[in-house]
Ligand binder design. Structure first.
Ligand code: NAD
Ligand code: DAU
Length: 366
């Protein structure tokens, strides 16, 4: 199975990493990316595969039913891997409407279109994989066991509530109509191409730019971090070996407080500036270029409303059923991530200085 994939949200952080991973591993399979190119979408992240014969990029909205159905038919799609979403918790607090519309209605349009096309007549072999989050399970206390696939849903932000609703729709389309679905609920990802509003790239870039490093509340909230390529491998395993109708939790078994993550990144950059003399002239305002500690930029700020205290994933089901074990250690993953942002200044500079949209228009006519 799986010859023609539709990847929604493939110009976003995880979607782009997934497309690059998939093209490398299965070069003979065809991929269509459907992405609306919201503020978070960046076709430049897909530059490496842009001209491949098995790759197509379509700028469009998952809420556009006729477009989605046309793509399913024209490209003979048998597999949907659904990443497209509004993904940032802080934005969902300031403006929930778009989150409900994209994450709930958008997912429903995809499900309804898939049902119409794939289950027509005798039907065809197919798979709808839904990419979701550990945030649907709510917040853990310090000694609670990690989330399993059986943990009751208790979403706390408009973002996680919208993702929870989409998970339920996916489940319902399987139960009611027999759509062949799988869902994965993953913990916090980090790695290349992450939009610099999320903690790790934000901190990295703010250090280079001599900007404050905002720590919400006391900084002791805990997240379970997974290198993005390991998330992609996990989805691959679920697609190949996962049981239809099942949910799989993916995580790094790698819990860190925010404060410790920020201190770690500060220390790594201080070391890099010391060992690589060319960094000082490239980022002359960075504290490390002036002999100061990056950690001097740490600034405690007002907490995120409703801020979940702790997330942690129990990845046992994936381990025993699919043989899934993350490959990247946190030590190596975070080093790779620091290197990637240092080596791809042009990628993030255009976003940070606001020239990105104009540049996109010139490059891609979009
Ligand atoms: P992202 O914000 O970086 O990318 C989202 C992509 O979706 C963008 O390219 C955007 O243009 C596209 N998009 C948004 N609305 C669209 C629409 N209406 N139609 C078509 N495309 C649209 O997000 P991400 O961090 O890559 O997350 C991808 C998925 O993984 C999301 O569903 C998210 O809930 C889930 N997830 C993320 C994490 C994480 O740590 N980032 C962890 C677990 C699960
Ligand atoms: O758990 C998976 C989720 O991880 C995904 O579903 C979301 O799409 C993704 O955005 C991420 O959500 P978080 O809210 O955990 O990620 P974020 O990078 O926004 O924040 C990580 C932690 O750092 C969180 O506890 C809030 C804190 N934080 C964040 C920012 C942006 C700060 O202290 N300061 C900041 O400036």
């Amino acid at each position: 199975m799986m010859h023609n994939l539709l990847v929604t949200g493939g110009a976003g952080f995880i979607g782009a990493n997934f497309v690059l991973y998939w093209r490398k591993k299965y070069p003979d399979q065809r991929i269509v990316v459907l992405d609306a190119l919201t503020y978070a979408g960046n076709p430049e992240s897909l530059a490496e595969v842009r001209h491949d014969s098995g790759f197509s990029f379509i700028q469009g909205d998952i809420r556009d039913s006729s477009l989605v159905e046309k793509i399913l038919i024209d490209h003979d799609i048998d597999t949907i891997v659904h990443f497209a979403a509004e993904s940032h918790v802080d934005r969902s607090i300031h403006g929930p409407d778009l989150f409900l519309d994209t994450n709930i209605n958008g997912t429903h349009v995809l499900l309804r279109s898939a049902r119409r096309i794939w289950l027509k007549g005798e039907g065809r072999s197919h798979r709808f994989h839904h990419v979701s989050t550990d945030e649907v399970y709510g917040s853990l206390g310090p000694h609670d066991p990690p989330f399993t696939e059986k943990t009751p849903y208790a979403p706390n932000s408009p973002y996680s509530a919208s993702k929870a609703a989409s998970d339920h729709l996916v489940r319902a389309y399987h139960h009611t109509y027999g759509l062949q679905v799988t869902t994965s609920n993953c913990s916090n990802n980090y790695g290349p191409f992450q939009f610099p509003e999320k903690l790790i790239p934000l901190i990295l870039i703010n250090i280079l730019e001599n900007q404050p490093l905002p720590i919400y509340g006391d900084g002791l909230n805990i997240r379970d971090w997974l290198y993005v390529e390991d998330h992609c491998r996990g989805i691959d395993l679920v697609l190949q070996q996962g049981r239809v109708g099942e949910v799989y939790n993916l995580g790094g078994v790698n819990e860190w407080t925010n404060l410790n993550i920020v201190r770690l990144i500060c220390g790594l950059l201080d070391e890099r500036f010391e060992s690589s003399p060319e960094l000082g002239p490239r980022f002359p305002n960075s504290p490390a270029a002036c002999g100061k500690a990056s950690a001097s930029l740490i600034t405690f700020v007002t907490d995120r409303p409703g801020h979940d205290r702790r997330y942690a994933i129990d990845a046992e089901k994936c381990r025993t059923e699919l043989g899934y074990i993350p490959k990247e250690s946190f030590e190596s993953g975070i080093q790779k991530t620091v290197d990637w942002y240092l080596n791809h200044e042009e990628w993030w500079r255009r976003i940070v200085d606001g020239s990105y949209r104009d540049w996109l228009k010139k490059q891609y006519g979009t």
